[in-house]
Design a protein around this ligand. Structure first.
Ligand SMILES: [Zn+2]
Length: 287
């Protein structure tokens, strides 16, 4: 049968039109959900593997890492130790953690704090090797920091309140003014947290965010609800404080909706399950 060239031309033009629409939609969805100024975490992991430090975040299948108050109960402590072992993190003498209050205070810790939880702060940092720092979270963002000279490590906790208060930017400036650490040498890993796909917010939160951050920190989902991009807020303040864009990374895995290959959820999520006490942990240590 001879080819009907007019028909072929029509079909091609039709498909080209559809392809244009798909491309346009995907670019716009990406603009809402992804921030290309944040590097993929794999690049940073390659760097970390060559340095004298370790960092890792647990997943639901590692078990609950408890809270800063109850983690010495057998189940939680054994989960923590198993997780440390899996990632080559020494627990000697013991790790340091903290009790977050959704503020922006950070505390310097050393070997004298080993085995304790620092009260009323949202971040700890140390210049002491072999002292793991541990941040617990569900949907809030744990933020791990280190510098290229392996002088210090830090573990912060940033929910929307702490992020909007500027915890990360303020901490980077403190490192510079109080400890002489050049922000250009600092790397930031924003660990898994609630992403815009699941982070609907109300008008009062929108107003607070827009007081200090660009409009791109907030988007709209398919239900026309405002959604917060916590990673973008953190990346913005890190780069505003002098950290190089290519030194800021995130896995882009949402704690509420990311699933494993077998269909089970990968992370604990308050937004999804409303269960207290089941936390992941993010850990960083100088070796
Ligand atoms: Zn999600």
């Amino acid at each position: 049968m001879p080819l009907d060239y007019q028909k072929v031309q029509y079909v091609c033009a039709h498909y080209q039109h559809i392809l244009t629409i798909i491309l346009f939609c995907s670019i716009n969805t990406s603009a809402l959900f992804f921030d290309f100024s944040v590097a993929p975490a794999t690049e940073q992991e390659e760097l970390v593997s060559t340095k004298r430090l370790r960092l890792a975040t647990s997943v639901m299948s590692d078990g609950s890492m408890g809270t800063s108050k109850n983690y010495r109960e057998y189940e939680h402590l054994s989960n923590i130790l198993r997780f440390f072992f899996k990632h080559g993190i020494p627990d000697a003498p013991e790790h340091v953690t903290f009790t977050p209050v959704h503020g922006k205070r950070t505390a310097l810790v050393d070997a004298s704090n080993a085995g304790t939880a620092i009260p009323d702060c949202d971040g700890i940092y140390t210049f002491t090797p072999r002292l793991p720092l541990l941040a617990r979270s569900q949907d809030c963002a744990p933020v791990l920091l280190f510098d290229e000279n392996q002088t210090f490590v830090a573990a912060l906790h940033a929910g929307w309140r702490g992020a909007v208060a500027g915890i990360l930017g303020e901490f980077v400036r403190k490192l510079n003014t109080e400890h002489g650490i050049d922000p250009a040498t600092v790397h930031v890993k924003i660990c898994p947290c609630l992403l815009p796909c699941c982070f609907e917010i109300q008008q009062d939160v929108c107003d607070k965010v827009l007081e200090n951050f660009p409009k791109t920190a907030i988007g709209k989902n398919t239900r026309e609800q405002a959604v917060l991009n916590l990673v973008r807020i953190l990346a913005f303040q890190a780069s505003d404080a002098g950290i190089r864009t290519q030194h800021i990374s995130n896995d882009w895995e949402c704690t509420s909706c990311t699933k494993n290959n077998n269909g089970s959820y990968r992370y604990f999520s308050w937004r999804r399950d409303h269960t207290r006490g089941n936390n992941m942990c993010s850990v960083i240590v100088l070796l």
